[in-house]
Design a binder for this molecule. Structure first.
Ligand SMILES: [Zn+2]
Length: 382
């Protein structure tokens, strides 16, 4: 029910009710002023005739790996540093549409003092962070196999830079206290908690006594964290670094852990690490709640090509929260997938482009690829 509906109710119930409704509406709007109001879908609120039910809606989305090899940062070099914003320019309208957007920052933003570097031990220019914030990313997952590529020093420098530019993060921490604090963001009156974990750190040991630096996959701990996050949030979003690289379908381990996390209270799981897209599917819990698992969101901005590694995309989901008689119900609805392609045409620059526009960027069979990727991502959803 939109604004008109609110006025109609106001007239029927009298002037006093109208004032109450108006104040409720205004109050919600004021609380939300820090968030973008542009949305893929409507972000309306409904107030039922019995005055007891309130409904809120928002859209949350996730994209895959921001993975910066030397061939990518070399092309971003300018006279005074680096500029990655042109690489995301073509997908900016798509990225700005959801209310909240989360990405996997696969490579640390450790800064030039540590030395910019590529595979196997990455340290990306910090301007990558500026570009993704500018493009509309609100939060990054930082627990992955490259979190410790430049040891503790790189991890800490990366987090400090993210804080400096107002980019929220989850998965790595500077202290025990920070690791115990749940990262949350609010959108349209719905509060989201973000948790992130990785299978490992490429054999680089986590320093003794500093296990807080990187969150590792551990069922017991993850369940505990979900339960804790539920105390300060309405919706639990998890980023999990798992699976096998370059495999297009999830392993049995991914499937089992995904189901376990939804059963434990998670609402939405964004998977990363395979560098290629893996399908998304619903998991309905024993008590009838529906959670969504996206097994892998693939690469989003990377210099990897061939065998599906240059294809990625954005998964967007509508979230509805209904409050009635003191109880809250969360529903995830209408999952959508917007596939993307990384092109090096024209002008020797990496561009992330919507797959449907990739014909202009050198991908001649883009229509067939689009059909294939949509079926790949969406067909397990029923
Ligand atoms: Zn990885």
């Amino acid at each position: 029910m939109m604004y008109k509906g609110i006025i109609f109710i106001g007239i029927t119930l009298g002037v006093l009710s109208a004032i109450i409704f108006y104040n409720m509406y205004e109050c919600d709007e004021a609380k939300n002023k820090n968030f973008r109001s542009v949305s893929l879908h409507s972000t309306d609120k409904e107030i039922d005739l019995d005055l007891k039910m309130i409904e809120r809606r928002t859209t949350i989305a996730g994209i895959g790996d921001i993975l910066i090899h030397d061939r990518v940062y070399e092309l971003a070099q300018t006279a005074s540093g680096y500029d990655f914003t042109p690489m995301l320019q073509k997908v900016k309208p798509m990225l700005q549409a959801p209310d909240l957007l989360i990405a996997n920052q696969e490579t640390i933003l450790g800064g030039e003092e540590i030395g910019i570097s590529s595979y196997p031990s990455f340290n990306s220019p910090q301007q990558v962070g500026d570009a993704i914030v500018e493009a509309g990313i609100d939060l990054v997952s930082t627990a992955n196999n490259h979190s410790l590529d430049k040891n503790e020093k790189g991890l800490l420098a990366s987090l400090s830079y993210m804080d400096k530019i107002g980019l929220s993060h989850t998965g790595t921490s500077r202290s025990q206290a920070e690791s115990e604090k749940v990262t949350t963001l609010e959108s349209n009156g719905i509060r989201f908690a973000f948790l992130s974990y990785t299978y490992g750190t490429n054999g680089i040991p986590i320093p003794d006594g500093k296990e807080f630096l990187v969150n590792l996959i551990n069922r017991k701990q993850m369940k505990k964290d979900i339960q804790k996050a539920k105390q300060s949030a309405d919706v639990i979003i998890m980023s999990v670094h798992w699976g096998n690289e370059y495999e297009r379908f999830p392993t049995v381990e991914q499937k089992e852990l995904g189901s376990y996390l939804i059963e434990s209270g998670a609402d939405l799981i964004f998977g990363h690490h395979p560098h290629v897209l893996q399908p998304m599917e619903w998991h309905t819990t024993e008590d009838g709640r529906k959670g969504l698992i996206v097994y892998s969101l693939g690469n989003f901005l990377s210099g990897q090509i061939d065998d599906y590694k240059d294809l990625g995309g954005m998964t967007a989901v509508d979230v509805k929260m209904t409050m009635q008689d003191g109880s809250k119900k969360i529903s995830l609805m209408n999952p959508q997938f917007y596939p993307t392609y990384v092109s090096k045409e024209p002008s020797q620059m990496y561009h992330v482009v919507p797959l449907l526009e990739a014909g202009q960027f050198g991908l001649r069979n883009y229509k067939a690829v689009y059909k294939e990727m949509m079926a790949h991502m969406m067909s397990s959803l029923q």
